[in-house]
Design a protein around this ligand. Structure first.
Ligand SMILES: Cc1cc2nc3c(=O)[nH]c(=O)nc-3n(C[C@H](O)[C@H](O)[C@H](O)COP(=O)(O)OP(=O)(O)OC[C@H]3O[C@@H](n4cnc5c(N)ncnc54)[C@H](O)[C@@H]3O)c2cc1C
Length: 389
């Protein structure tokens, strides 16, 4: 194993995996090492996104990694069902691992838990020290006292059904189900004609829900839809951070000059916790970097995150409306109102690119939560240094 690298990526999850994939194609001259503690890259996920979340160039370099594409999707609320046009795509971590292994070969080191890293060194468990112009820490989310969070907690089960399910497009939110401690919906992806991924999802204040309760709810939902008798093929679970507020400077000061990527760098959509589009942008940022020396790389990642943080201010405000105003079991009303808005606005919302007019539209009209509570949530003073929305 060589000791000196241009870049060492610690954690071969979505963010670092995409950096490695993109660099292999756009900067093949670079010596990049990807390290993960697991036996393969990518963990156990199905990563989905709207094609419109990505630029045409990003769609092109990500295309070989995509396992499923659908031309549109549905949402279901007590007041209406709606179909939205626009390609929805999924990447499974299993095929992500295979693609990375093929593209990167021996520059992937799996089964290697790393605990000692600096911005330019990585100490392996056997004591060996590797050097690089920069090391990027992409080991996933880490708790921070500088972010005020809600959570999107879910369990997803991939079920092999005894007969075709008849669903041709995803149901991104079925919120006609009984509500729980927060906003609850079921998310369903038709992976093949007789295989579904069904996720029972909750926007809640605490990080965890009883997993058995969620599994039971998936079984009941499947039966109610006429999809009973499915065999469990795979299960995934998550508790994704939803940002209500935070102190950006203090959050990044924790990194102490260590370049970070993915959830560790706070680079995700504040309302969904999804990070694929952010990860694609960071991969391009690194590929275009004039130098990979760690001080410069750290600064450009922090500046990128700072711009994103500023752009996401309005999303944090909406999150506070969702989590802090009104009764948790009424959170679905906020989402139902949102999905009654125009296609373009919904698309721009998920891409994190809303306009001033969109913002006005989102907060105009009668709020779906009590007005006084909405105003208090908007001014929620957790972090005194936060700019007012
Ligand atoms: C089940 C699930 C489904 C999701 N679905 C979507 C989705 O549909 N769309 C979307 O955009 N987002 C989704 N997300 C949210 C988010 O995009 C993912 O969590 C994403 O994987 C985060 O990327 P990451 O690179 O920051 O972290 P991860 O992908 O979690 O990667 C971190 C990696 O670091 C490794 N690691 C940790 N510690 C060490 C160590 N000490 N040494 C070496 N390696 C280490 C881990 O093994 C892991 O492979 C989902 C999350 C989950 C949990």
């Amino acid at each position: 194993m060589r000791r000196d690298w241009d870049l060492i990526l610690v954690g071969a999850g979505l963010a670092n995996g995409l950096i490695a994939w993109h660099l292999r194609h756009s900067r093949p001259e670079l010596a990049v090492l990807l390290i993960d503690r697991d036996r393969h890259c990518g963990g156990n996920h199905t990563w989905s996104f709207h094609a419109s979340d990505l630029s045409p160039a990003q769609q092109q370099w990500l295309a070989p990694l995509i396992d499923h594409r659908w031309p549109g999707y549905q949402v279901r609320f007590p007041a209406f069902n709606r179909r939205l046009q626009g390609e929805y795509c999924s990447i499974t971590s299993a095929s992500f691992a295979v693609h990375l292994a093929r593209a990167l070969g021996e520059t992937i080191l799996t089964g290697t838990a790393v605990s000692r890293i600096t911005p330019d060194t990585v100490q392996l468990p056997d004591g060996q020290t590797l050097h690089a112009r920069a090391v990027i820490d992409g080991r996933g989310v880490q708790p921070s006292p500088h972010l005020e969070l809600g959570y999107q907690a879910f369990i997803g089960q991939e079920l092999q059904l005894p007969r075709p399910h008849g669903l041709s497009e995803p149901i991104l939110m079925d919120a006609t189900v009984a509500q729980g401690e927060g906003y609850r919906f079921v998310y369903t992806l038709p992976l093949t004609a007789d295989r579904l991924l069904i996720e029972d999802t909750h926007y809640i204040d605490q990080q965890r829900l009883d997993p058995d309760h969620l599994r039971q709810a998936i079984g009941q939902y499947a039966a109610a839809q006429g999809w009973a008798g499915g065999e469990l093929v795979r299960e995934e679970s998550g508790s994704l951070p939803i940002i209500l507020d935070g102190n950006f400077e203090a959050f990044w000061a924790q990194a102490k000059g260590m370049p970070c990527s993915g959830l560790r760098a706070g680079l995700f959509h504040p309302t969904t916790g999804y990070s694929l589009p952010c990860a694609a942008s960071v991969a391009e940022l690194i590929a275009a970097a004039p130098t990979l020396d760690h001080p410069a790389l750290f600064n450009s990642l922090r500046e990128h995150a700072r711009r994103q943080w500023a752009e996401q201010r309005f999303f944090r405000l909406l999150n506070r409306m969702l989590f802090l105003a009104g009764n948790p079991s009424d959170r679905w009303r906020v989402m139902q109102r949102f999905y009654g808005l125009g296609d373009g606005l919904i698309q721009r919302f998920y891409a994190g690119r809303i306009t001033l007019a969109d913002k006005a539209r989102l907060v105009s009209g009668k709020p779906p939560v009590p007005l006084g509570a909405a105003l208090r949530a908007m001014a929620f003073p957790v972090f005194p240094s936060r700019e007012l929305p």
